[in-house]
Design a protein around this ligand. Structure first.
Ligand SMILES: C[S@@+](CC[C@H](N)C(=O)[O-])C[C@H]1O[C@@H](n2cnc3c(N)ncnc32)[C@H](O)[C@@H]1O
Ligand code: SF4
Length: 459
């Protein structure tokens, strides 16, 4: 990717992040428990047939000041037991409506901090899953872990439960930065921790998360962190831009008082990290995710088979209909999205009556299903081949082209700036343009013609 400051100034405009289509602020429907289960039952005959399960664990031992996730400090250790009981109950209620012949290709534990749960509670959840379903041979069993609470015996427990994808929240390797954001450093030194996971689970894929834009960070220090991480050859890395929304996440106000890096330092951290990581044999998946060339995400991108759901990037082969459990979890089904209540009390009270508490939902229109596929294709595989997409969607030729907003003046302007190539058959992003992929997606999205929602800036 080439960083052109003039283009950044021109295109750094608000646009959806497109982690879903339509974007989550379009989810405005309400849905009863019965309506929810109707969507679940309809998903039994949808493509892809595989099942993806997401379990949200909202607990952390303490909260990091920058955090924008749905996470709470644990008031009492026994809270996690009653929450796990609710999760299992919710899973069983949903599983009753699913075709048991469908295989599981993905399980993802996210949070919060899933490894804040005692390993026995994770075992109870995994045992409940196995009572109903079997797995594909190459199923991904993934967990987001805070390394402050990860040790050899916990890793051994995860190995016994079949976990094979580990995402470790590192954020920065400078302890002063971690201290400034109220975060405990890794319990084991990172080289030892990664070696331990690799020795215990030889097939494990390890991802490391970083954030740039926090107090005390600067381009030199963040480059050192990235170099130290690269020397350990993680399979994947993510460099998140710190998302600062202090009106929603009050603790973030404390970071403003400590002083945040300037926008130009933030851009340098992003640019340096991108160049350091891609120079070491990693492929950029989007612009903030990276994977080794032999990793399945890189292979999938090369074969135009990369996909994405709320849990992150995945391959077309592993992704399924996503059924989410726990507070704030979002089920992503062929015909709609359903988000659970964000409140633990509300979520548990509804389940105590055998019901689901839906926070918000969205039923997909036929047009939105077509645009969803096209925008996913652009965001993941950097191109849209109109005819290929018509075929994949079993639509008459020309449907995708007629559904998207293909304004020639707008596309020509992108092409003149070197952002994309456009032919009557396809749109393909140039390496110089990938930074502006959200601008291109918004330009072809029919929903953006009359948009009334606020979005973050694209760069
Ligand atoms: C659920 S956490 C990861 C697991 C575990 N809780 C931890 O912190 O290690 C998911 C990731 O979101 C990222 N994150 C959280 N808040 C963020 C924010 N305000 N801006 C950007 N990234 C953020 C962090 O990189 C974090 O690793
Ligand atoms: S970053 Fe992770 S550990 Fe920190 S508060 Fe958020 S979810 Fe919890």
């Amino acid at each position: 990717m080439i960083f052109n400051e003039q283009l950044i100034a021109k295109y750094n405009q608000p646009a959806p992040r497109y982690t879903s289509y339509p974007p989550a602020n379009y989810f405005q429907d309400t849905l009863s428990s019965e309506g929810f289960m109707e969507l679940v039952e309809a998903s039994n005959s949808a493509e892809p047939r595989n099942i993806s399960l997401y379990f949200h664990i909202p607990y952390c031992r303490k909260r990091c000041f920058y955090c924008g996730c749905n996470a709470y400090s644990m008031a009492r250790p026994d809270e996690t037991k009653s929450y796990t009981d609710s999760l299992i109950q919710e899973f069983r209620l949903t599983a009753e409506h699913l075709d048991k012949q469908r295989p599981i290709s993905q399980v993802h534990f996210g949070g919060g901090t899933p490894n804040a749960l005692p390993i026995d509670l994770l075992r109870h959840i995994m045992e409940a899953v196995s009572q109903y379903f079997s797995y594909t041979t190459d199923a991904e069993i993934a967990i987001e872990c805070n390394p402050a609470y990860l040790d050899a015996s916990y890793i051994e427990g995860l190995a016994q439960l079949g976990f094979n994808r580990f995402s470790l929240g590192i954020q920065d390797l400078n302890e002063k930065v971690l201290q400034a954001v109220n975060r405990t450093p890794s319990k084991l030194p990172l080289p030892e921790l990664m070696q331990n996971i690799r020795n215990t689970i030889p097939a494990a894929t390890i991802n490391l998360d970083f954030i740039y834009g926090l107090p005390l960070q600067n381009p030199t220090g963040f480059s050192k962190t990235i170099d130290r991480a690269l020397s350990l050859r993680p399979d994947r890395m993510v460099t998140f831009s710190y998302a600062h929304m202090p009106s929603i996440f009050k603790a973030q106000q404390l970071l403003e008082e400590k002083g945040l890096p300037s926008p130009s330092d933030k851009l340098s951290m992003f640019q340096n990290a991108f160049e350091q990581i891609t120079a070491q044999g990693y492929r950029a998946i989007g612009f903030d995710h990276f994977a080794l060339e032999n990793d399945e995400l890189s292979q999938a991108q090369k074969a135009h088979q990369l996909h994405r759901n709320f849990q992150g990037y995945c391959t077309r082969k592993t992704t399924g209909q996503v059924y989410a459990f726990g507070v704030s979890g979002i089920s992503q089904l062929e015909n709609g999205y359903i988000q659970n209540s964000k409140s633990i009390a509300e979520y548990q009270a509804a389940l105590a009556k055998g019901e689901f508490k839906v926070e918000k939902a969205h039923r997909m229109t036929p047009t939105q299903k077509i645009v969803r596929e096209a925008i996913n294709e652009l965001m993941c595989n950097f191109r849209i081949d109109f005819e290929q997409l018509d075929q994949r969607l079993h639509q008459p030729l020309g449907t995708v082209k007629n559904t998207l907003v293909l304004n020639l003046q707008v596309l020509d302007a992108f092409a003149l700036d070197g952002i994309l190539d456009y032919t009557p058959q396809s749109i393909s992003m140039n390496p110089e343009g990938i930074l502006f992929i959200r601008n291109v997606a918004a330009a072809i999205d029919p929903l953006m013609k009359n948009n009334i929602h606020a979005f973050s800036k694209t760069v």
